[in-house]
Design a protein around this ligand. Structure first.
Ligand SMILES: *Cc1c(COP(=O)(O)O)cnc(C)c1O
Length: 389
């Protein structure tokens, strides 16, 4: 066979986070163990029926069978802008300040191609969703990692970024409510980010995938609510977690028109937009009855409370998150993230994600996703208590 050598950009990638876990999981499963997967953040609850109906109806209409506009249907962009106004009080021009995405991951992955030249810097949190770093690398850029540690409530310490790095940086990624730490940001943090970005001419990319998944009445803010944010930033939204639509691939980016335009220019050369029937489903999601979101929150809040108590009873240290469906749990004293994840899999059949897989400062933690039913979570808690820590 011809020896096709992979490009450098693939060779320099860190190992895929879930690959090793998947291998071990398959091994344990082959032994006949009943596995409870708390690894991947993929909702187990189906998409609400009214959204599915909208898709079915739109799929029947031949007008939706042709190439969509790469930046999104006007109807979808208007629905996104109206949702923003209603939810955050932020006014957006649907023509210039909104672009549809094939899931927010797609937009996050393409953005650096629009603004990073080889050797340029992106400020990237760690631990984090891996796409911020890999997309920077794909564009030939370099990630300067901003550690997220508990002493700073998992917010990056902007004062710790050296001045010459800040001057060279083109992009900054932030993500609140946060995956994997489940931390939240307040307005004063966003204000400091706007100041920093203005001073250093940096585009802020706020990944806002979890703004709707928050508990106890807490309502996360949009980065764009802060004065000056539209001058420096953009925000990425996903319908995946809010409406249990991970498989549908739809999201959108909003914010600074130059940033949106740059992302759109890349997209127009790579993809041809989102299937219009899926966009119509997105319109139904954004404009329809939002009680499905309340139901989703109630389900995760119950699971959160059950699991946090179970973990505490098992002797593990975890904070009760205000948002997201993740728990960021300290590993037992004297253990590592990898050792704990392996032990939980082999001794209890539980798949969890080792914290260091999201970046070095995640060492000492593991993450679980609350994407199993209460019955399965109770079973998981029983097994945790049986191992003992
Ligand atoms: C799930 C997730 C996304 C991706 O969502 P899609 O819209 O499905 O691509 C983006 N960012 C974070 C932090 C996520 O956890």
């Amino acid at each position: 066979m011809v020896d096709f050598e992979k490009a450098e950009r693939l060779k320099i990638l860190p190992p895929y986070l879930f690959k090793e876990i998947d291998r071990k999981k398959a091994e344990v499963k082959a032994r006949g163990v009943d596995i409870i997967d708390l690894g991947v953040g993929d909702p187990d609850i189906p998409t609400p029926q009214h959204i599915i109906e909208a898709m079915k109806k739109a799929a029947d209409n031949p007008a939706h069978h042709r190439y969509p506009s790469y930046s999104g249907m006007n109807t979808f962009k208007e629905a996104a802008a109206q949702w923003y106004e209603k939810r955050f009080g932020v006014t957006l021009n649907p023509d210039t300040e909104v672009v549809s995405l094939i899931g927010s991951k797609e937009g996050l992955a393409h953005l650096p191609l629009a603004f990073i030249n080889p050797g340029d810097i992106a400020l990237v949190p760690t631990p984090a969703y891996p796409v911020y770093n890999t997309s920077t690398l794909f564009a030939g850029g370099k990630s300067y990692f901003m550690p997220l540690v508990s002493e700073n409530r998992f917010l990056p310490d902007l004062d710790a970024i050296p001045a010459d790095i800040a001057k060279r940086a083109k992009l900054m990624f932030i993500n609140y409510p946060n995956n994997p730490t489940s931390a939240v940001a307040d307005k004063s943090f966003f204000e400091r980010v706007v100041d920093f970005a203005e001073k250093n001419s940096i585009i802020v990319c706020h990944d806002a995938a979890y703004t709707e998944m928050a508990f106890d009445g807490y309502r996360p803010q949009s980065f764009l609510e802060v004065d000056g944010a539209m001058e420096v930033g953009m925000e990425f939204h996903s319908l995946s977690k809010t409406y249990n639509m991970t498989g549908w691939r739809i999201g959108f980016a909003v914010g600074n028109s130059k940033a949106i335009d740059g992302l759109g220019a890349i997209k127009s050369n790579i993809d041809s937009g989102v299937f219009e029937a899926v966009q119509m489903a997105g319109v139904a999601a954004l404009q329809g009855d939002q009680s499905c979101v309340k139901d989703m929150i109630r389900v995760y809040q119950e699971r959160r409370d059950l699991m946090v108590k179970g973990l505490h009873d098992a002797g593990l240290e975890v904070e009760t998150p205000k948002a997201t469906f993740y728990l960021w749990i300290k590993v037992p004293k004297g253990h590592t993230s990898a050792r704990t994840a392996t032990r939980l899999l082999e001794e209890a059949g539980l798949v969890v994600t080792p914290g260091n897989g999201f970046g070095d400062p995640g060492e000492g933690y593991f993450r679980i996703a609350l994407t199993q039913t209460k019955e399965r979570l109770k079973e998981a808690i029983g097994r945790l208590q049986k191992i003992g820590f």
